[in-house]
Design a protein around this ligand. Structure first.
Ligand SMILES: [Mn+2]
Length: 263
């Protein structure tokens, strides 16, 4: 494929990406940098596991450059929303942080142009392998704490819409029961919670399986995928359409457009 000119850009209203795993050997850091440099959007959601502290010994200046590019987006007025994941959990210590256009929180609500509301969160709190470990006091406490924060965010939103708060302890119990009895999958679990809280869809990451489909309960299930293998993202286009995109395909159509444009 011929090299793309630097002027070849992609524009969306909102972009959702997860699981860069920066610092891990498997992270496609060049592709990530190229993508972020060509990206123009109003809202950028980093849906967890962007940095991978378990492999931080492999962190180098290329990874730093990715973070710098993200901060450049924020400096130019793009609202950058960062949800912590289980590989960058240190950000859970600064939930609610606002630094200009750079925000950190457990859960964000994205309103699409056509008025749908999406719950945006990494997803590890809905993972069976995590939830099954609730007998371990530490993990139990962490899950309890995580879910409390999640529900505080949801309840703040419900209060705005003048709806009664949901009971997080009940929601957590329900979830643990569903998971431990193997009644449900990750997808069912997270979309069920989204449905209980009045969302139209959920955007998550965590399981490295890109997806955009209606779940069994009718909730739109969107998984960003990852940048260790698939190099995918969820995009809300300027007209409000929401699609799952593969960076390789987007680049191919950019190249075609560049060829078609007379110089
Ligand atoms: Mn994860």
């Amino acid at each position: 494929m011929p090299e793309l000119p630097p002027t070849a850009l992609v524009q969306y209203r909102a972009v959702f990406v997860s699981d860069f795993h920066l610092g891990a050997a498997s992270s496609h850091v060049e592709e990530i940098t190229d993508f972020l440099k060509r990206l123009r959007c109003e809202h950028l959601y980093l849906v967890g596991d962007i940095m991978d502290v378990y492999f931080r010994s492999k962190w180098n200046e290329k990874h730093t450059k990715v973070i710098r590019t993200v901060l450049d987006h924020a400096a130019h007025g793009c609202d950058v929303h960062y949800c912590p994941g289980n590989h960058d959990p240190f950000l859970r210590q600064v939930l609610g942080l606002e630094f200009g256009h750079f925000l950190v929180d457990e859960l964000f609500v994205h309103e699409t142009l056509d008025g749908r509301s999406f719950m945006v969160t990494h997803g590890d709190l809905y993972d069976a392998s995590v939830a099954k470990s609730v007998i371990l006091p530490f993990i139990g406490t962490w899950l309890h704490e995580g879910f409390t924060v999640l529900n505080q965010r949801i309840n703040a939103r419900r209060a705005k819409a003048q709806r009664p708060p949901t009971n997080f302890a009940h929601a957590l119990k329900k979830m643990v029961k569903r998971v431990t009895q193997r009644l449900t999958s990750f997808e069912d679990n997270i979309t069920e919670h989204a449905k209980d809280n009045g969302f139209d869809g959920v955007v998550c990451g965590h399981i490295h399986a890109p997806a955009l489909r209606n779940a069994n309960n009718g909730i739109l299930y969107m998984n960003c995928g990852d940048w260790t293998d698939h190099c995918t993202f969820i995009a809300e286009h300027m007209d409000g359409r929401v699609t799952l995109e593969k960076w390789a395909d987007v680049k191919a159509s950019l190249a075609e457009a560049a060829l078609a444009t007379p110089r």
